[in-house]
Design a protein. Structure first.
Ligand SMILES: Cc1cc2nc3c(=O)[nH]c(=O)nc-3n(C[C@H](O)[C@H](O)[C@H](O)COP(=O)(O)OP(=O)(O)OC[C@H]3O[C@@H](n4cnc5c(N)ncnc54)[C@H](O)[C@@H]3O)c2cc1C
Ligand SMILES: Cc1cc2nc3c(=O)[nH]c(=O)nc-3n(C[C@H](O)[C@H](O)[C@H](O)COP(=O)(O)O)c2cc1C
Ligand code: FES
Lengths: 251, 288
């Protein structure tokens, strides 16, 4: 882990509330599943850094894709090309995908870390399909990119298409016999529903929670995994979906 | 940082407290640097590390969410997750002993006997103990030890009987006067006082209309109060260690001006794990 002061090379607007920040980056090489801890406030009001996954890393270019959900991501959205940001990382366990036919299962902004995984798998000639769902059909990002890299891409949306469908509904009627592994990232409810389906393939979940340090020091990002608390930031964020107990929550 | 800078830094910031020498008066606070084994280059340059609170039995800690950001700080409810004193002694402590800094074990008992048990089991293998008296006292209906000067004094006296090492009491400022508690602790044999531990805090989930988190508030939000508490103890004649919202060398120096002999860095580490190194460097400008 290192700290970086990086200049935003480019800011891209994908949708009304999703944007991308691109940096020239010559630091420690990030791996699928890893994230950066981004400082949103050089003052101390918004005290904690925000974990943001690597969405793409190619030839010294690092891309973070962010959805505005609250104050911190709003502040980030107002940054322009030429502005500087402080980042810490890369954090998270390095995840090595399996060399077998895979299915990427993305819900909403969950596509961000999975896009980087797709890039990585394409780079090592791993065959994979993508199932990508959003609430409203205007919210898709990386469409052509995914089509280029994956063998097959299925887009589903809850609004905007004639066939309204969720990721979970679609996966129920999919034949998963072709696949050996799945990689899922999306809202908590989606991960919980997927877990309930008891998919016949080994499925890895890209987990999220509130984070403190992002690097194993504060024990603030606990997730119940095989009966013990693990730290999402160092033991994850990629964990076997079947081993997670989502019910253990104060919420 | 060059080697030359390091020697200069040591020359200027080196200090003696409790009759032992410290590289500098900037310590790593309990709970924000785990056991100092992850970023050793930081641990090894700090004056001391206070471990995560160690309990008599292993503790899994609280269910998530454990961290919640609030204005200029955060609320945590980690719930003292730790492997318990036996595993700590067997697995963690041997690795910690290779660290090039002073080690203080933060001791979290739920009964007076537990404080004695933990300190006894760890024995002389560390540089000292920091008694975390903020835990609920199960023998007394769960009221924090730290609120009751008599019980605190008893904890100190009982632990004093089993160790000769420096004994620091980490006071809470929740619903009590730290000056009153500090006086009693010193009478009972404490070698030093550190303060403050986190303040009670909570936040609600507006959508669900439920409590989102309840725990300890820390960070710059509590700094003025922490400073006030340290200053309130200025006439206590044991060393005081100031904790609470320190983000910079200037903040640390403010605590020294208020009467502290050393400071601990907590929440600043969550924002930047290297911040103790920056704070040490900045502090040199004031004391040099
Ligand atoms: C490992 C990891 C990788 C991530 N990668 C990305 C990414 O690539 N792109 C992206 O847009 N987002 C990502 N996130 C989520 C992102 O960190 C949060 O959306 C962000 O911290 C919210 O900050 P805020 O100040 O805007 O929102 P806040 O004002 O803090 O919160 C707004 C709302 O979001 C909820 N919330 C806040 N943080 C989290 C969280 N970490 N998990 C679940 N709910 C939360 C709050 O309950 C609240 O309802 C990732 C999170 C993790 C843990
Ligand atoms: C995540 C977290 C965990 C903590 N764990 C402990 C602990 O185990 N024992 C203890 O005495 N204090 C603990 N503290 C309190 C800190 O050591 C410190 O007293 C407090 O946070 C105030 O300092 P700060 O504002 O610099 O963080 C913890 C604080 C945080 C933020
Ligand atoms: S966020 Fe601090 S341990 Fe994971």
């Amino acid at each position: 882990m290192r700290s970086y002061r990086l200049k935003i090379a480019r800011r891209t607007t994908y949708t009304e509330n999703i944007f991308g920040l691109e940096f020239k980056y010559g630091g420690i090489k990030p791996w699928p599943g890893q994230f950066f801890h981004v400082r949103v406030d050089e003052g101390v009001e918004l005290f904690l850094n925000r974990p943001i996954s690597v969405a793409s890393y190619k030839r010294g270019h690092l891309l973070l894709v962010v959805k505005i959900v609250g104050r911190g991501t709003k502040v980030l959205s107002m940054k322009k090309a030429g502005d500087y940001l402080t980042l810490f990382g890369p954090f998270g366990r390095r995840f090595r995908p399996v060399h077998k036919k895979s299915l990427i299962i993305a819900g909403g902004i969950g596509i961000a870390p999975l896009h980087f995984l797709a890039e990585y798998m394409a780079g090592c000639n791993i065959d994979f399909d993508v199932l990508y769902g959003v609430r409203n059909k205007d919210e898709f990002i990386f469409r052509s990119d995914l089509k280029r890299m994956a063998s097959r891409v299925t887009f589903v949306a809850e609004r905007g298409y004639k066939d309204k469908e969720t990721v979970v509904a679609r996966i129920r009627r999919m034949d998963l016999n072709d696949f050996s592994v799945g990689y899922a990232c999306g809202p908590r409810e989606m991960l919980m529903a997927l877990q309930e389906l008891n998919l016949p393939i080994t499925t890895y979940a890209f987990c999220e929670d509130f984070m403190g340090c992002g690097c194993g020091l504060c024990l603030g990002c606990a997730i119940m995994h095989k009966g013990v608390y693990r730290r999402i930031c160092v033991d994850g964020p990629v964990l076997n979906l079947g081993d997670i107990d989502f019910e253990v929550q104060n919420l | 940082m060059t080697a030359r800078f390091l020697t200069l830094e040591i020359l200027i910031l080196k200090c003696r407290i409790f009759d032992i020498e410290f590289k500098n008066p900037v310590f790593l606070a309990s709970g924000t640097f785990e056991y100092g084994l992850i970023y050793r280059n930081v641990t090894n340059r700090a004056g001391a590390i206070c471990t995560k609170g160690i309990t008599a039995r292993p503790r899994g800690g609280n269910p998530p969410p454990r961290i919640f950001e609030t204005a200029c700080g955060l609320i945590n409810s980690v719930g003292l997750e730790n492997p318990g004193v036996d595993v700590f002694c067997k697995e963690t402590l041997p690795r910690m002993q290779r660290l090039k800094t002073r080690i203080f074990v933060n001791v979290a008992g739920f009964t007076i006997d537990e404080f004695v048990e933990i300190v006894g089991k760890i024995g002389p293998r560390v540089d000292g103990f920091e008694l975390n008296v903020s835990c609920p006292n199960v023998d007394m209906g769960g009221v924090s030890f730290g609120r009751d000067p008599d019980v605190c004094a008893e904890v100190v006296a009982r632990v004093r009987a089993v160790t000769k090492l420096p004994l620091i009491v980490k006071l809470t400022a929740n619903f009590c006067d730290p000056l009153v508690v500090a006086r009693r602790c010193v009478e009972a044999g404490a070698d030093g006082i550190s303060l403050i531990n986190t303040l009670h805090g909570m936040a609600f989930d507006l959508k669900k209309r439920e409590v989102l988190i309840q725990g300890g508030l820390s960070g710059p939000a509590i700094k003025p109060f922490a400073l006030y508490c340290v200053h309130r103890l200025k006439d206590i004649d044991v060393p005081i260690i100031g904790v609470g919202g320190i983000m910079s060398g200037a903040d640390a120096y403010e605590f020294l001006l208020a009467g502290a002999s050393a400071v601990e860095i907590g929440s600043a580490i969550l924002r930047d794990p290297f911040s103790p190194l920056r704070i040490i460097k900045e502090l040199k400008r004031y004391t040099g």
